[in-house]
Design a protein. Structure first.
Length: 392
């Protein structure tokens, strides 16, 4: 038996195709837990790889997949999930749908692994950014009964800072010995946004929970931009695949008045701070001059050094951050100068001489090589290699 469930998280078309004996029962359970997205159940559904506007998730209860049934080049439109135990399946399904939604939005939106709550009166929204397992869902449940619940998993922001709600089921621990239960926001009693309501992101908060005995009262602290970028980039989806992704993140942070860190023990004690944050105007944040450089992807000749393709560098005050693919890393100011001085490919000896000119002092070559090795290990600097000569 084959039954489909159509979902549209953040306007990304996803069809879950259930190919199993109890497909109707599982489809009803999916529809219940995902009811906030108004799912549609389709009888006799099939995977249609000619449909360019839909991403498919094929669910089977067999041990082996018929890999040859679908061309390998079409795999981007088709994902697979093996059905085994019911509760584990529903937990895995939430993860898989979230990933598929993110893949459909990469490059178009900024997305953070975070919760988002909104003020229904002024349409201001706050993103609560945290790693998994740090109490984010618990905080979302509590705050979602007092504010407008927008998501507990992925905050989706467009170029105007409008937040697109992602009303997925909440993953709730009801029994530590079993998988989390997937419960719809409605069943959790949360305040959902009106269909046409538009909330604007006006605050970004990093959650830091402290349950030690010596903890006193919750507090909001300003976070240095470099620290904010390092923390948030690790919880950002598609940053390295977005044109000027880090620069756009910087602009968003500045527009939100900077990033705050909420240090707390119990989220209920933090409610007055968050109420104030969502009621008061966003403080004006002047973007300080930041030196931003993008690699021009010039390939180095044999023995020469060059900035690696698609890397970028950021000088913020006396700190240097370098971006390579999906990883944003902080390096010493000296190591940063090595990267920034490679505006054109140079030999290691030439780069060393350039650094001595810049610093107007002798630089031990072993210290230079140590920093160079660090940068090459991070993948932000490439060294040209000799081309193989074809045999005549």
């Amino acid at each position: 038996m084959t039954v489909g469930v159509c979902l549209r998280p953040a306007n990304v078309n996803i069809t879950v195709v259930l190919r199993m004996k109890n497909a109707r029962e599982i489809a009803r359970e999916i529809a219940q837990s995902w009811e906030a997205l108004h799912p549609e159940i389709i009888q006799d559904a099939e995977v249609n790889l000619d449909d360019e506007n839909t991403r498919y998730l094929l669910v089977e209860d067999t041990e082996e997949y018929e890999h040859t049934a679908y061309p390998r080049e079409e795999y981007a439109e088709l994902e697979r999930l093996r059905y085994r135990e019911k509760d584990q399946f529903h937990e895995s399904l939430v993860t898989q749908i979230t990933v598929m939604m993110i893949h459909g939005l990469i490059g178009e939106r900024q997305m953070f692994h975070a919760a988002a709550l909104g003020n229904a009166e002024n349409k201001r929204a706050v993103a609560l950014i945290a790693e998994s397992g740090t109490g984010k869902t618990t905080a979302s449940h509590f705050l979602g009964e007092r504010f407008t619940y927008l998501t507990d998993e992925t905050v989706i922001v467009d170029e105007n800072r409008t937040v697109t709600p992602y009303l997925k089921p909440l993953s709730v621990i009801t029994d530590p010995a079993h998988p989390k239960q997937q419960i719809s926001p409605e069943k959790m009693g949360l305040n959902l946004p009106e269909p046409d309501a538009q909330f604007k992101l006006t605050a970004m908060v990093i959650l830091t929970r402290d349950k030690s005995e010596g903890y006193t009262a919750p507090v909001l602290k300003k976070v240095h931009l470099a620290d904010a970028l390092l923390k948030i980039s690790a919880q950002t989806s598609g940053l390295g695949f977005t044109d000027r992704g880090v620069e756009k993140l910087i602009d968003l942070i500045v527009a939100c008045g900077g990033v705050l860190r909420l240090e707390y023990s119990e989220i209920s004690e933090s409610l007055p701070l968050l109420v104030k944050l969502l009621n008061e105007p966003t403080p004006t944040e002047v973007r300080e001059p930041i030196d931003i450089v993008y690699a021009d992807n010039t390939k180095p000749a044999h023995g020469e050094l060059a900035r690696a393709a698609d890397t970028s560098g950021y000088r913020i005050d006396d700190r240097v951050l370098l971006m390579q693919e999906t990883q944003l890393s902080e390096v010493s100011f000296f190591a940063g100068d090595l990267w920034f001085e490679l505006e054109t490919p140079r030999t290691p000896q030439d780069l060393h001489r350039r650094l001595e000119e810049l610093y107007e002092e002798e630089i031990p070559y072993d210290a230079f090589e140590k920093n160079l090795s660090e940068l090459m290990g991070l993948g932000v600097i490439d060294q040209g290699r000799a081309r193989a000569v074809a045999a005549s």
